[in-house]
Write a protein that binds this ligand. Structure first.
Ligand SMILES: [Zn+2]
Length: 98
């Protein structure tokens, strides 16, 4: 398990001892992942609504504002997990164990 709570992360893997935060600021990249997906989904939803006119602009503004606050909070854990996966795939480490 990576997380103890919704936002609180373990420092290392119980099984193999891998230290999750490789260096200070390591998880900054996960914020980019989270932001990019939030911006992409918001843009797609906005363009889709512009094309179809399914929801009024006032409602769309409210819905997307709520989405831009709630989605990144929900996706926080997944963004960090993805970031660690990307990092481990492209720059594997085994020597950080101690
Ligand atoms: Zn492990």
């Amino acid at each position: 398990m990576l997380f103890l709570g919704w936002f609180h992360m373990r420092s290392r893997c119980d099984w193999c001892g891998l230290i999750y935060e490789r260096e200070p600021g390591f998880f900054l990249g996960s914020i980019y992942v989270n932001y990019a997906l939030t911006a992409l989904l918001t843009t797609v939803a906005y363009i889709a609504n512009m094309a179809t006119g399914a929801v009024s602009e006032k409602w769309m503004l409210g819905l997307l504002t709520a989405f831009c606050v709630l989605f990144p909070a929900w996706f926080f854990r997944y963004a960090r997990s993805l970031w660690m996966g990307f990092d481990q795939y492209w720059d594997p480490r085994a020597e950080d164990k101690d």
